[in-house]
Design a protein around this ligand. Structure first.
Ligand code: URA
Length: 274
């Protein structure tokens, strides 16, 4: 399910849930916000599940607001400022925040505008009103998964070297690729700006003089995959990023975007300690 519940309930609409009353009777001073929104409504709008399912989660003690378990039906929260977690995973409760996966085509600049007139990410976003940040960069010629969001804190942390999440790439390289390549890349490749290490490497296909390889690393340095593979004698002809942390490119077509799921967003928050 999409995280933002674009077609789902709107937090501003006033409906029957005011009839809930204080079923549990207890007041939770730390989390209850008098003019806030019903917790189950916030959970449902964030894509956690139906209102009923969310009530069950609350009743089961699986929902936390600002670190405190809230079991009371009818609790009101401030979705813009409070941190809400289900089973320990943070949910995207702010209505103005968007999280997108974008399949960047080749020959597109990782930027929102370009004074030299090259195509940029903005050309693929239609008339979206939000001011989106791209999380990290892909080379002009590199294709594949980019995350876009207006959650500045998440974008900043995901791009920061101390939180580098694992990213996976498919590369078309000249073959054959020797059997010891995975070990060499895992040991570390000496580059001019220091050693670069792959977490994982495997050959997916070898056909004639070409090979399709998959490489996973935490690194965010410029041209890192191209430089590593060139250094070991396999210069990249085509490079596609297929995963960023828990998010997969899947069958998103080039130039298209999709909303991240609530689960993906929760896992991204967890990956960067939010
Ligand atoms: N490594 C590269 O060489 N290019 C990219 O765009 C990303 C990782």
């Amino acid at each position: 399910m999409s995280a933002r519940g674009r077609n789902g309930p709107d937090l501003d609409d006033d409906d029957d849930d005011d009839d809930w009353g204080d079923v549990g009777g207890e007041r939770d001073d730390l989390t209850d916000v008098p003019d806030g929104v019903r917790l189950q409504k916030v959970l449902a709008a964030a894509g956690v599940g139906s209102r009923r399912h969310c009530e069950e989660l609350i009743g089961a003690g699986r929902v936390e607001v600002d670190g405190q378990t809230v079991r009371r039906f009818g609790a009101r929260v401030d979705p813009e400022h409070q941190v809400i977690r289900v089973d320990g995973k943070r949910i995207p409760s702010r209505q103005d925040v968007v999280y997108l996966a974008f399949n960047k085509p080749p020959k597109v600049l990782t930027a929102m505008s370009d004074d030299r007139g090259r195509r940029t990410i903005t050309d693929f976003l239609g008339d979206r009103a939000e001011r989106l940040f791209h999380v990290g960069r892909l080379d002009y010629d590199t294709e594949g998964l980019m995350l876009l969001t207006n959650d500045g804190e998440l974008a900043h942390r995901l791009a920061h070297p101390s939180y580098e999440v694992a990213k996976t790439y498919l590369a078309d390289v000249p073959g054959p690729v020797p059997r010891d390549m995975a070990r060499r890349l895992a040991t570390g490749i000496e580059l001019e700006d220091g050693v670069a290490v792959a977490d994982r490497f495997r050959v997916l296909e070898q056909t004639g003089s070409r090979a399709l390889v998959e490489i996973t690393l935490h690194e965010g340095r410029k041209h890192i995959v191209r430089r590593m593979l060139a250094e070991v004698g396999h210069p990249v002809a085509r490079l596609v990023r297929t995963t960023v942390g828990p998010v997969k490119l899947g069958n998103l077509r080039p130039g298209a975007t999709r909303d991240l799921t609530t689960k993906e967003i929760g896992e991204l928050y967890a990956a960067v300690g939010l």
